[in-house]
Design a protein around this ligand. Structure first.
Ligand SMILES: *Cc1c(COP(=O)(O)O)cnc(C)c1O
Ligand SMILES: [Zn+2]
Length: 413
């Protein structure tokens, strides 16, 4: 069965066959969304089938994904997704939000949300016989592609800004990718990776460029549906908070909820809230100005994973909030660091771009965009181990003492 019918452009609405184009709309460069055959899917699959799946990974949603059987059964490809979603009482008490969940994406095989996209990408690459995959990345997308390529025996080339945190660069190298550090910004790395794609015929995974990334990322929406919405008797729409850089995660989440809605499996659309750093707030700026025209900024934020001048999936990212009665929120880098410290005591170790979503929850509550009666879910999109420098900023220094009991007693006083 062909679950995907084709693509639709987010700017001009024109549709294309699945093998007619590979990346963006040839007419206007708009991002393409994969169009599924909802009738066909409904005829063969029910929510109960999915809930009965024995797969604890994104592959439990294979009936809703535009690829065939993934193969590579006993590899980390099958450890992607189905991340824990839990209700930390301590954060409920601190914020007053009665129903509050955190979904921890740092538990993915390469420790970020990006594995969802890269897992789907390597399966698609195999289907179209693309030998070499390439991506530009601030670190996590590259690590995810390198990791998933390693798991499936494929080659990966990664372009990253030379300023990427060392832990992320180490991850790329360890997974055996060809790593190219660019003396420039992420945006420069992006442009260069597209040039090499055209020159060498590689298969490009770039966020907000390859339509399959959002299809992988939408699986997080499916999990939120199964792990929260179907489990709870919510009397208000769930408010989902996510950090935003290029805007592909938030677009993917929106796509996932739209798929479920179109299938008739989800009654009330969640409200989607995009959170950006004040230092990298291109989409927030457009939202605040009430326009769909997104202008480039000169990004400066310590949250490197969401440091983006011109978001590559900006339009869809903006609409994810405006079409769901959500909002865009900007937070300071100080608030991002302090949110790392807030999440730690409930067992979540976030990198700055991960804690940004929770900082957004705090801000939205303060500003009255949500109330304590709204059910809220914040995603942590990446692991604190990816950026130890930021973690140390959040945690402060540990005391050093002489190795004797008196010194311990003195310290404890
Ligand atoms: C990539 C990334 C984001 C932002 O995703 P976009 O699709 O660029 O908006 C947020 N957090 C982490 C940890 C990421 O790696
Ligand atoms: Zn178009």
């Amino acid at each position: 069965m062909n679950k995907a019918i084709g693509y639709q452009c987010s700017i001009c609405d024109k549709t294309y066959g699945l093998d007619e184009v590979t990346y963006t709309c040839p007419d206007d460069g708009g991002n393409l969304s994969v169009v599924l055959d909802y009738d066909g899917i409904k005829a063969t699959t029910s929510p109960a089938d999915i809930q009965a799946s024995s797969s604890q990974s994104i592959w439990r949603y294979l009936p809703l994904l535009p690829v065939g059987e993934p193969g590579h059964e006993k590899t980390s490809l099958h450890a992607v997704g189905w991340t824990p979603t839990f209700a930390p009482t301590k954060l409920s008490e601190q914020t007053g939000i009665k129903q509050l969940w955190v979904k921890d994406e740092s538990r993915n095989p390469t420790a970020s949300f990006k594995d969802r996209a890269s897992a789907l990408l390597v399966v698609r690459a195999a289907e179209i016989d693309a030998e070499i995959t390439v991506t530009a990345s601030t670190g996590n997308a590259g690590a995810a592609l390198a990791g998933m390529a390693a798991a499936t025996g494929r080659k990966a080339v990664i372009f990253a800004p030379k300023t990427a945190p060392p832990a992320k660069i180490a991850q790329l190298l360890i997974f055996g990718a060809k790593v190219v550090l660019v003396d420039g910004t992420y945006d420069d790395a992006f442009d260069l990776s597209v040039e090499t794609t055209k020159e060498f015929g590689w298969y490009n995974r770039n966020t907000g460029y390859n339509p399959f990334t959002a299809e992988g990322k939408k699986t997080a929406a499916f999990e939120i549906w199964e792990q929260v919405i179907l489990q709870q008797d919510l009397d208000r729409p769930l408010c989902v908070f996510v950090s935003v850089g290029d805007g592909n995660i938030i677009s993917g989440l929106h796509k996932g909820f739209k798929d479920l809605h179109a299938l008739g499996w989800l009654e009330h659309m969640p409200r989607i809230f995009g959170v950006q750093s004040e230092g990298s707030a291109a989409i927030y700026n457009a939202y605040a100005a009430g326009t769909e025209e997104i202008k480039a900024v000169s990004a400066t934020t310590l949250a490197d994973s969401i440091s983006v001048d011109l978001p590559r999936d900006g339009l869809r990212a903006l609409r994810a909030a405006t079409q769901t009665n959500g909002a865009y929120i900007q937070v300071s880098d100080e608030a991002i660091i302090s949110a790392i410290a807030d999440l730690g005591p409930v067992g979540v170790f976030a990198e700055p771009a991960g804690s940004t979503a929770y900082a957004g929850v705090q801000k939205a509550l303060e500003d009255g965009q949500i109330t304590m009666d709204d059910p809220v879910l914040a995603l942590n999109t990446g692991s604190g181990l990816k950026d130890v420098k930021a973690a140390m900023q959040a945690a402060g220094e540990a005391p050093i003492i002489k190795p004797d009991l008196d010194a311990v007693k003195e310290l404890l006083n």
